[in-house]
Ligand binder design. Structure first.
Ligand code: UD1
Length: 424
């Protein structure tokens, strides 16, 4: 296995470019299953483990793909298999994204049930509810979801999501674009990754009104075409890099971003005392002498993202006073806290809220990644810790951050990747 060995205490300075978003690439790649005509060319796709797993998944269904220099080409004309096996789904919950497109194009699909996840229960009931509303008959047996459209074709419907869900909105959208008639999605997720999916589907020939809002109205069409598409930047990666600069007291510029999508994070960074200079396509952060404690509550977009909550917790260990971290998307997403405390942080969890007492001098030791964003949080802590921090099980980080140590080293960090053997 790989670990990152971080020699902390170096200020980050300089410029880096944000990668393409992982979380928008996945539904966009899934959406290629909607059209059997031509070849898609998708630019700015990050070179990540999750993308390669998802590509393997659509290849298993019969798609033909090639990937080089962050451009993925996909042809789905020969897709025949409608069965998504457990071996691929267990690696990545987002595999459920194939359900909507397969059902819409072929009238049926069989997808293995995804398992649990490191930061609490992550049900798929809303995905299934949306498919049922669109006229699918769902059965769950032997660990598989089997979905069949009545009379072979999905029908437009009104779907009101009781909870805002990125995945269920994406799946419902991909199913609705080829359904007969009109579909209304209320309380839909308005995350930039869903907006990107709407733009992609629209370019393919779908009729969608309300892109970028929480009410999406889809008028079904009979066929969609392959297109060329450039993916959006990864707002979580960009936010993580800015937090990395702030925790080390540095000054960095992140290029290739759209500041509007970072608004909630920039607002909190400004509150914490950072100076932010925005320009078209870039953001510069200069750190303050002392970080001001700043509470956050993670909620659906445009509020502060849950995927930045762990990194924010690491940052607040260096602020002068008490900050409170609440996550209203995943109430139990606090696996990183015992590990931060092992580095010397003082964080307590009280009633689904993390209370961080800062500033604390962190000192390097071995810490264990438990999920993607928890890993990023530990890397941030390692950047400011005295001595050497070893972040183990780095495969979590590799699922979602493209060349992270290379990017941080370009900014002045001292991180090496080494192999190690884990004793069980
Ligand atoms: C996506 C992101 C993930 C991010 C999350 C929230 C991808 C690949 N992953 O995950 O990084 O942390 O959005 O921004 O894009 N829920 C249900 N029933 C469902 C589906 C979800 O109750 O059927 C609940 C979840 O438990 C959670 C909330 O809805 O509390 C939001 O989850 P959701 O937006 O669906 O997360 P994902 O799409 O899985």
């Amino acid at each position: 296995m790989d670990k990152l060995v971080i020699r902390g205490g170096r200020r980050l300075n300089g410029s880096v470019t944000a990668s393409g978003s992982k979380n928008s690439s996945l539904p966009v790649i899934a959406a290629t299953l909607l059209s059997g005509n031509g070849t898609f060319t998708l630019h700015r796709i990050p070179d990540l483990q999750d993308i390669s797993t998802f590509t393997q998944l659509i290849n298993h269904l019969g798609a033909e793909t090639s990937f080089s220099d962050n451009t993925l080409t996909v042809s789905t004309g020969n897709v025949e298999s409608l069965l998504t096996p457990y071996e691929l789904v267990k690696k990545m919950r987002a595999s459920i994204y194939v359900l909507g497109p397969l059902l819409a194009r072929f009238g049926e699909a069989k997808v293995s049930l995804p398992g649990g996840c490191a930061f609490g229960p992550r049900p798929i009931d809303l995905h299934l509810m949306a498919m049922e509303k669109l006229g699918a008959k769902i059965t769950i047996e032997t660990g598989f979801i089997t979905a069949k459209a009545r009379n072979g074709k999905l029908q437009g419907a009104t779907i009101d999501f009781p909870v805002s869900s990125v995945g269920a909105t994406g799946n419902a959208l991909m199913a609705a674009v080829l359904a007969e008639g009109k579909t209304t999605l209320s309380n839909a997720a308005a995350e930039p990754e869903i907006e990107a999916l709407c733009r992609f589907l629209t370019a393919m020939g779908a009729h969608i009104k309300g892109t970028g809002t929480t009410e999406l109205i889809v008028e079904g069409v009979t066929s969609l075409s392959a297109v060329e598409f450039t993916n959006v930047f990864d707002r979580i990666e960009a936010g993580t890099l800015l937090a990395a600069a702030a925790i080390t007291g540095g000054t960095i510029t992140v290029d290739g971003v759209e500041n509007e999508q970072l608004k909630s994070v920039l607002k909190k960074l400004a509150h914490a005392g950072c100076t932010l200079t925005q320009a078209a396509g870039s953001i510069t952060l200069a750190s303050p002498e002392k970080l001001i404690p700043t509470d956050i509550t993670a909620k659906p977009y445009p509020s502060f993202p849950t995927d930045m909550q762990a990194q924010w917790t690491a940052l607040m260990t260096q602020a002068e006073g008490t900050s409170r971290i609440t996550d209203k998307v995943y109430h139990e997403r606090f696996n990183h806290i015992p590990e931060l405390n092992r580095l010397g942080a003082h964080i307590e969890i009280k009633k689904n809220q993390a209370i961080v007492e800062g500033p604390r001098r962190l000192s390097g030791t071995k810490v264990m990644s438990t999920d993607l964003r928890a890993s990023a949080c530990l890397v941030l802590a390692g950047l400011v810790a005295e001595g050497v921090t070893e972040v183990l099980r780095v495969y979590h980080l590799d699922r979602g951050y493209e060349q992270i140590e290379m990017k941080l080293n370009t900014l002045g960090a001292d991180i090496t990747r080494e192999k190690y053997k884990e004793f069980s």
